[in-house]
Structures are given as C-alpha cells and as structure tokens.
Design a protein around this ligand. Structure first.
Ligand SMILES: Cc1cc2nc3c(=O)[nH]c(=O)nc-3n(C[C@H](O)[C@H](O)[C@H](O)COP(=O)(O)OP(=O)(O)OC[C@H]3O[C@@H](n4cnc5c(N)ncnc54)[C@H](O)[C@@H]3O)c2cc1C
Ligand SMILES: Cc1cc2nc3c(=O)[nH]c(=O)nc-3n(C[C@H](O)[C@H](O)[C@H](O)COP(=O)(O)O)c2cc1C
Ligand code: SF4
Length: 650
C-alpha cells in the first residue's frame, strides 16, 4: 500500500507538508525585463495558501538566449535575486515549499524574443517554431552548463528550497537528450551516452555550485509521443544515471511542442493521468521520489495513484489555475465545491503560446487578478438583474452574490448553461456540463435561486428599481437566407447536439469552425456518415491546438472535410456546392448549420432606454468563447459593485 496525498514526504532532506505539487507553469506575469512583480507574488501566495506542499515556479531563464516568453523570469544575473527572494518569501510565508525551475529554451524560441538566432545542439528546426537554430560550440555548451549551475546558486541565495531542471517539453536540455533534435557526432551527441551528457553535466555542476544538500528535481518527458521521437525505454537509462549524479527527485511529464495534439498539457481528448503508467516504470527503476504530472485534476484520483504506489508525489498544474483552493476543499471533505479544470487549454497554455498574452483560466476570472481580492468599498449592492443563465450570466451572478449584493437572475429555458448544454455533448466535452453544475451549486450555496422559464422583457426591466442590469442573453444561431434554407432537411447544430432534432444517416455539416467540427464529431460518434463543407480555404479551427488537432484527426479518419467549398442551395437530396469554380451536388439526408450566431442585444438597449445602467457580456456582445463570457461576467459585476471600469472584452 502506498502513501496518502496528505502524508508528508522528503525530497533530498526538504520536508513537504503533503505530496501535492504545483508544477512550473509560465504565466507572463513577470516584468518585461524578467523581474518578479506584485501580480506574480499575489498569484503564487494564493496557491500556497490553498494547501499545496511544493510550488515550482515557472520557467526562469538561465541565460538571456533562453527566454521562450516575452516576460519570462530571469535568473541569469544577480540582479534578479532580490525579486526572487520576495517570491520565495511570499510562497513560503503562505505555507508551501518553493523551488525555481531552471530553463533554457534552445531552439524553442523566436529571434524577436531574444534578439538573436536561437541556439540548439544541431541546426534542426522544430516544427512548432520553424526556426533553424545555430549549432552550439563545445565551449558554448560548457558555458551554458555553468549558467545552470550559477542560477541554482542564485536560487539558493534567494531563499528557495530547491531547484528543478527543465529537461522536458523539447527545451534545450531535452533537445540534447533527444535523437530527434540532437544530430551531433561529438562528445555531446553521437550515441545515447553522448546525448545524455549535457543533462548529466548540468546536474553535477548544479550540485557543485549550489551544494550537495540543495535539493534538485529533474523534469523530463517520459515519451516524446511523436513519430521518430524517443519512448520510455530510451529514457529509463538516463533516469538511472541522473540518480547516480545526485538528483533528489524525478518529475515525469511527456511530449514536446512538435508532438501532435500537444500532450505536454493534455487536452480534453487525452486520458486522465496520461503519464501515470510511465511514472510507475520510473519509480520501479529508481530510489528517489517520483513526481507524476499530466491531467490529474481530482485529489481522489491522485490518492488512487499514490495508494497504488505508481508515484510518490502528484503534480496538479492547471487545477491550481482553475481553483487555487481545491486541495483545502478536498482536505475538508468538500469535494463538491471544487471547480475542476476543463483541460481546454484555451485560457492558459494556448493563450500564452498562441495569443502571446499572459495566462489565465477560462473558468477562474480571478486567475492573474489575485490583487482584486484586496478589499474595495462597494459603490452599490443592488438590486441587480442578470438576464440569462449561460456561462456569462452564471459568473456575473456568482461575483455579485459573493460580494453580498442583491441579485435576481432569470433564464427563459428550464435549465442553466445556455450554449454549454450543447457544447458539452460531443465526446470528451463533458467537463463543460460539470462546470455548469458547479456554478449552480455555487449559487445555491450563496443562497441564490435561478428563476427558470422566465423570458425577461420590458416588464421585467420596469418591475423594480434596478441599480444595474446585465444582459447575458448570449447569441442565437444564424441560418443564412439561402435557397432551400426553409426545407425540412435543414437542422441547426445546437438542436442536433441536444437531441432535439434528429438527423438522417448521411449528414452535411455546414461550417468547419469549432461548432461545426464538434457537431461532426458527435454525429460520427453516433454512427452518421458526415461531410463538413467550409467556404474558407483554411480551416477556421486550427489543428495546432490540442482540441483542433483531435477534431481534424477524427474528420480525416472517419469523415470528409471539404475546404474552399461554398454552399449554393439546399435541395431535397442534399445541397448544391461550388468548389474551385465547379458546381456539384452533395447527397445528404440532413444539412446541419454551424455558421455562426447573432448576439442578443435587445435587452441592454431596452434597459438603457428605460434609463437603467446596463452592460452586455459574453456572446451578447459578440459571439466568442467561454473565456470571454465568464471574464466579462466577472468584470461587469465588479463594475457595478465597485465602479471599476469595464471595457467590454476580456
Ligand atoms: C456546440 C458548441 C460548442 C462550443 N464549444 C466551446 C468550447 O469548447 N469552448 C469555448 O470556449 N466555447 C465554446 N462554445 C461557445 C460558448 O459556448 C459560448 O461562447 C458561451 O457559452 C456563451 O455564453 P453566454 O452566457 O454569453 O451565452 P449563452 O450560452 O448563449 O447563454 C445565454 C442564455 O440567456 C438565455 N436568454 C436569452 N434571452 C433571454 C431572455 N430574454 N430572458 C431570459 N433568458 C434569456 C438563453 O436561454 C441562454 O441560456 C461552443 C458553442 C457551441 C454552440
Ligand atoms: C499555462 C501553462 C504554462 C506552463 N509552463 C510550464 C513551464 O514553465 N515549465 C514546465 O515544465 N511546464 C510547463 N507547463 C506544463 C505543466 O507544468 C504541466 O506539466 C501540464 O500542464 C500538465 O499538468 P496538468 O494537467 O496538471 O496541468 C505549463 C502548462 C501550462 C498550462
Ligand atoms: S483555461 Fe482551461 S485548461 Fe487552462 S486551467 Fe482553465 S479550465 Fe484548465
């Protein structure tokens, strides 16, 4: 029988209060020069308060050429020490142990971020970045190894309890380890021993510089999850060597950014506990504690992993973004209060890497805004009217109610969730419905009832002296006025997903955005033959995101996606389309529309005409995503409560 999540554990003499770890997660909250900010300290200290045993800070660059984020923290110079000391103090002061993650991105960065050509073991571009790196000379390699060592020494001086070497996810250390990116034939390549040399020397030099008694964790990808990439069998000998070199714990992750579907932060379609079995194999090979990461959001599941002795500690990454207090809730037996991460990646890793914006969480609008928790004087406590119990309305009501305001929330349907009810229907998307359930529970626990079956109108607006009205009415589906659009063969995606409209065996889905692609997935999973037509030449849902990659793969394997194909008319036998100047008939029993939606703006206009302050949020402003709905709901509530300006978009 293994340990419990709540048992203490030691990493190289560092005593942790439990076996929960917050793994490194880049935030973008550092200053443009890479220094610690008040925002970053507030973010971390809240997580430490939540009960975690060890917090590993995000990537910290050991050399200026190693930055992968514009605001990546630096540790390559002594000038960073005072800020890092404040960060360590904030984390430790709130009860957790603190480690710094030492990082160099190698080829996984852009010249625009580091003002020179990225470097790497070999001049091989990653698919993710498309930049051919400059091959490092042996002298430069030695210099970089010493940079890791000096950075570890700085971490110790700043008061951190440990360091973690980022040897995973395709960054520099990993680039040396992997035959996929290391084609050298000198001492730092050529064979397994040569490819492992860089990682081993980094570990040994850190031990020399920071002291043998300073705990060192080594994070690595246990499999590259990629054609031509390495697997567990390849990496196990390195793990054993690292133990001999003095690592105090091993941290098991997987993948690189070239791996299809990006399993480094497993998406909605990846299995829970993606690395657990590989971690168990690592644990069998070594004596030092093994940390496992990868889509473990539920403390009960972590408990199972630990009890089965498949790892010694469990890393909860995105779960810490979604709900900083989830461990405290679990410890108190309040499992039902936990707001579980959706594994959607939209607000965190994809926002950071594709939108070049700081990370947050789709369902936790306070993530990155922890300083909002500082008390403010309310300018009004209501009464407020919230119209619509979709994502936006639910969050608005929660934020208002948490501040003790008087709220009325009405919903014309008999259930909460709005579009999320349909959005949660395709396989893998069930967590969206779980969030709706959580939001309803949260409102109930705050003593707030949702009034169902009430369509708000002018009378509702005039029914009380409202201090403010929030229009969270969302958006209704758009069906273009094309010839044949009124025939029975037509259906609308949300109705199909909710099972309110049945389709024939052969279905034509119009639109390859997220809604169209997901509807296609749902229909394929339900045994339908599906063709998706899309007017644009490139798919609106990019296969670069984990979700997009998965849906494109489903379509490639089990359906048909026709790009640059315009629907001209619907007819009894399907639809007439035009592609590259040629018209053709596509046979279908049902034509399902997923071509966008129209915001419901009327209520806000009516409220303003009645002289009442009104704000529209979410899809009622412009059809977008859950992130905008939830964050705008939060911000609108704060504008009414505290007079803080609300800018309309998240
Ligand atoms: C199939 C599908 C899949 C999706 N998948 C994703 C995804 O994976 N990730 C993502 O980020 N986004 C996704 N979206 C988009 C996302 O669901 C929406 O952006 C988000 O839910 C919008 O929330 P909202 O509260 O603004 O509006 P809505 O969800 O539209 O909610 C509005 C609510 O207001 C109610 N209402 C309207 N008028 C009135 C009235 N007068 N009185 C009372 N009630 C009223 C409606 O009944 C509804 O419940 C998906 C959408 C669909 C359709
Ligand atoms: C926003 C974000 C930033 C990340 N940044 C890092 C990082 O700086 N270093 C690292 O080793 N892993 C990073 N990761 C990966 C996480 O540490 C973790 O391994 C991954 O999210 C899977 O764990 P989870 O399912 O518990 O979130 C990041 C993940 C996210 C979501
Ligand atoms: S944005 Fe999505 S994946 Fe990221 S932490 Fe929030 S819910 Fe989880």
């Amino acid at each position: 029988m293994g340990a419990s999540l709540w048992d203490g554990v030691s990493i190289g003499g560092l005593e942790l209060r439990n076996r929960a770890v917050m793994p490194a997660m880049g935030t973008g909250y550092g200053s443009p020069q890479g220094h610690v900010t008040e925002r970053l300290k507030a973010y971390h200290s809240l997580r430490a308060e939540g009960g975690v045993g060890l917090i590993i800070t995000e990537v910290c660059a050991v050399h200026p050429t190693g930055k992968a984020l514009a605001a990546e923290l630096g540790i390559y110079d002594d000038t960073f020490i005072p800020g890092l000391r404040e960060l360590a103090t904030a984390i430790k002061g709130a009860g957790a142990a603190a480690a710094v993650q030492l990082h160099h991105s190698g080829r996984e960065t852009l010249p625009s971020l580091i003002a020179e050509q990225p470097v790497g073991p070999s001049p091989v571009a990653s698919r993710a970045m498309g930049q051919v790196p400059r091959e490092l000379s042996v002298d430069e390699i030695r210099e970089l190894i010493l940079c890791y060592a000096a950075s570890a020494r700085r971490a110790r001086e700043a008061g951190f309890d440990a360091v973690e070497v980022h040897g995973a996810h395709g960054y520099l250390v990993h680039q040396f380890i992997s035959p996929y990116s290391n084609l050298r034939d000198d001492a730092y390549g050529g064979d397994d021993e040569g490819r492992f040399r860089f990682a081993r020397e980094v570990v040994r030099e850190i031990k020399k510089a920071a002291g043998d008694d300073f705990p060192l964790i080594f994070r690595f990808s246990s499999s590259e999850e990629l054609k031509g990439g390495y697997d567990l069998e390849y990496i196990l000998p390195l793990v054993e060597m690292l133990e001999e070199d003095g690592v105090d714990a091993l941290h098991v992750s997987c993948g690189i950014y070239d791996s299809p579907g990006n399993p480094t932060s497993p998406g909605m379609h990846h299995p829970y506990g993606i690395n657990v079995e590989r971690a168990a194999a690592v644990k069998d090979a070594v004596e030092v504690p093994v940390i496992v990461a990868g889509k473990i959001h539920d403390p009960d599941f972590a408990e199972e992993v630990l009890q089965a002795s498949k790892a010694d500690l469990v890393a909860f990454g995105r779960q810490h973004l979604a709900d900083p207090y989830f461990l405290a809730k679990a410890a108190r037996g309040r499992h039902e209060d936990i707001r579980f991460c959706l594994s959607c990646n939209q607000g965190c890793i994809e926002r950071l890497s594709f939108e070049m914006r700081s990370a947050t969480c789709v369902i936790n609008p306070l993530c990155g805004r922890e300083q909002d928790l500082e008390l403010r004087n309310t300018v009004s406590t209501g009464p407020f009217l919230v119209v619509g119990a979709g994502a936006a309305g639910l969050q608005t009501a929660i934020t208002l109610k948490e501040a003790g305001a008087e709220v009325r929330i009405v919903e014309r349907e008999e259930k909460a969730g709005g579009q999320l009810r349909a959005a949660a229907r395709p396989p893998g998307k069930e967590p969206l419905a779980e969030w709706v359930d959580w939001a309803e529970r949260r409102l109930r626990s705050l003593g707030q009832r949702i009034e169902f079956g009430i369509e708000a109108d002018e009378k509702t607006i005039a029914s009380e002296e409202w201090e403010g009205i929030v229009n969270a009415c969302g958006a209704k589906p758009l069906i273009p006025a094309l010839p044949g659009a009124d025939l029975e063969i037509n259906a609308e995606a949300r109705q199909v997903l909710l099972g309110l409209t049945h389709t024939g065996k052969k279905v034509l889905v119009v639109g390859a955005g997220p809604v169209g692609m997901e509807t296609a997935h749902y229909l394929i999973a339900n045994g339908r033959g599906v063709t998706v037509v899309e007017e644009q030449e490139y798919p609106p849902l990019t296969p670069l995101t984990s979700h997009g990659y998965f849906l494109h793969r489903v379509l490639r394997k089990s359906g048909t996606l026709l790009l640059a194909t315009k629907l001209l008319e619907v007819n009894g036998g399907g639809a007439l389309v035009q592609a590259r100047g040629e018209e053709r008939q596509l046979e279908a029993d049902t034509v399902v529309w997923a071509v966008g939606s129209i915001p419901e703006t009327g209520l806000a206009e009516a409220a303003r005409e009645a002289g009442i302050a009104a704000l529209s949020v979410g899809d009622a402003v412009e059809p977008r995503r859950i992130l905008e709905a939830v964050h705008e709901g939060y911000k609108a509530a704060r504008q009414f409560l505290y007079g803080v300006e609300y800018k309309g978009k998240a």
